[in-house]
Design a protein around this ligand. Sequence first.
Ligand code: ZN
Ligand code: ZN
Length: 135
Amino acid sequence: MVRKRDPNLLTDYSCFRCGEQVCWGELVRILRTDPEQEDWRQWELYAHRACLRSVLRAEVPFAMGRHWTSGEPLPDDSDQIDGQPCGFCAGEIGPEGLTRLRLQNPVGTVRAPAFDEESVPVHTACLRAASHSRT
Ligand SMILES: [Zn+2]
Ligand SMILES: [Zn+2]
């Protein structure tokens, strides 16, 4: 039997934007995959769908058109990162200020995690400014 997650169930994760706990139905996982960060699993953030949409510029599709099954290598996302403006402020990003974000929508089961995802480049400073706890 496949265990499905109850969309109304609260997760243990709090939203990076508003600081409130997020339920499964609204959860977006955000992976920071900056090249200099070797262990990307340490750089997970979480957000309410609406909170994330509110900080993304309107042109970001937020359609999660790519599929990733957990455990497989992350799909190439350079076409959504390279030369693209900041997903928050639309400004140009130099290589030193770049933070790569993968926005992931959980679509798998508890046993077999999978995600629909989309990548957005942002300024490291913009990410910090958008965060609830600015540590
Ligand atoms: Zn929130
Ligand atoms: Zn920016």
